[in-house]
Design a binder for this molecule. Structure first.
Ligand code: HSE
Length: 429
């Protein structure tokens, strides 16, 4: 326990989030002291690109070891991201009795078990609120506020960049590339935006939520992931005609002891709450046996929102260090009974777009195959008319299993009428 109610902070990484964290930290220090009775003191900041004026300031350094070896640093704030050297820095901090606050979703989703046990064994704290949906306190909510619940469903928009791109394409008619460039210039995208648009950033975050909501650690590598890179404006327009919006969703559904986890562009009815989450906003919808349904909404990307979450973790841990011993991590309890569903067993509705000749009998060939695979059709749309060329024909199905839809699509794509491979989206309600 700290005797003098002063908590030393060291920061490693001074990029978009790190620089915002430091500037907000300095401005809020007095008000945090008033609210908590604790003086949080920024002792050291390390960044490999530290130069100019900052490089001459005594508390700034290029060497992270100076932060990790400073015995007055109680909490290390790691904001460099990626696997290494972040993982080594965090392990070193733990081994020296320091708590850690991080926004590093890639690391947490790859090394969740290791990090939670290292923190627990070392009797130190690990704060990671800033790793998922910055302006939504989802870690605290699942860990504390909803702890009594059996969570059965999570559907979430967890990536600001892709949601911004989808909004710009859908409501403003922009191209994918135009929207991506704008998202980058606004500071939303990852240093490597491939993580955003391939869906992997969302998958990292879903893996973290899975630990909290279901006590199940699942590496991001084992979660089905499809991003928005190949999304065609034609499908965004057809979605609108059918009364849907396309969103990149993280989906988790628990059925008794099976857990379905997936990330992909999803059709949502226009009236659905998540369909109306626009721009850089994130939202997390949850169902639990005590709460019923709950929806949280807030900014998901950008330096200040992430800095706000990291500051909250710093204060939370500081209060514990000043007043009480660390409690064991609830995340160490692993529910071994839960099995992860195979993607081929999921059941949902589908949007299928075929590119076929506009000739009598074409639709019959398609519906025959769908029927033989037990897939029931909810609606059909063909807008263009052209007897000489292939036209898009769109079918929305009722609920069907993934493996029967994939099988039917393979059969249809092998017919001579299939001029382009079928485009498939999954729909939720
Ligand atoms: N690139 C991320 C996003 C930043 O767009 O959501 C926050 O994790």
């Amino acid at each position: 326990m700290k005797k003098n109610n002063s908590i030393g902070i060291g920061v490693i990484g001074c990029g978009t989030v790190g620089s915002r964290f430091i500037s907000h930290f300095k401005r809020k220090r007095a008000s945090v002291r008033e609210k908590t009775g604790i003086d949080f003191v920024l002792l050291k900041v390390a960044d490999r690109n530290m130069g100019g004026k900052k490089g001459r300031h005594p508390s700034y350094t290029r060497d992270p070891e100076e932060v990790l070896s400073d015995e007055n640093v109680d909490i290390v704030v790691e904001l460099i991201g990626g696997m290494e050297p972040a993982y080594s820095f965090i392990k070193k901090a733990f081994s020296r009795g320091k708590s850690v606050v991080t926004a590093n979703k890639a690391l947490l989703s790859g090394k969740n078990r290791e990090l939670f046990s290292l923190a627990s064994n070392g009797g130190v704290h690990l704060g990671f609120e800033a790793s998922v949906a910055s302006a939504i306190p989802i870690v605290k909510t699942l860990r504390e506020s909803f702890i009594g619940n059996n969570i059965t469903k999570v559907m979430a928009i967890l990536n600001g960049t892709t949601n911004y791109i989808l909004t710009r394409m859908s409501l403003h008619g922009e191209s994918f590339q135009e929207a991506l460039e704008k998202a980058g210039s606004l500071g939303y995208a990852e240093a490597n935006p491939t993580l955003d648009i391939e869906g992997l950033d969302t998958t990292h975050k879903l893996s973290i939520l899975s630990c909290l909501a279901f006590n199940k650690t699942v590496s991001w590598k084992n979660i089905f992931t499809a991003g928005i890179r190949n999304l065609d404006a034609i499908d965004i327009n057809f979605a609108r005609d059918f009364g849907y919006r396309i969103k990149l969703l993280a989906i988790a559904k628990k059925f008794k002891e099976n857990l379905e986890l997936r990330v992909h562009p999803t059709f949502l009815p226009v009236g659905h709450l998540l369909a109306n989450v626009e721009d850089v906003y994130n939202a997390v919808y949850m169902e639990g046996d005590m709460i019923g349904k709950s929806l949280m909404y807030g900014e998901g990307a950008g330096g200040s929102a992430a800095a706000s979450a990291a500051l909250a973790d710093v204060v939370d841990i500081g209060i514990k260090l000043a007043g009480q011993k660390p409690a064991g991590s609830p995340l160490l309890y692993e529910n071994e009974k839960i099995a992860i569903c195979s993607m081929s067993d999921i059941r949902t509705k589908y949007y299928l777009r075929f590119t076929v000749p506009d000739r009598p009998g074409t639709l019959a060939l398609i519906t025959d195959i769908l029927g033989k695979n037990g897939i029931s059709i909810a609606s059909v749309l063909q807008k263009e008319e052209n007897r000489n060329y292939a036209v898009p024909v769109v079918i929305m199905t009722h609920v069907a299993t993934e493996h029967s839809v994939q099988k039917a699509v393979r059969e249809i794509d092998s017919l001579s009428i299939a001029r382009l491979p079928t485009v498939l989206f999954r729909a939720e309600e």
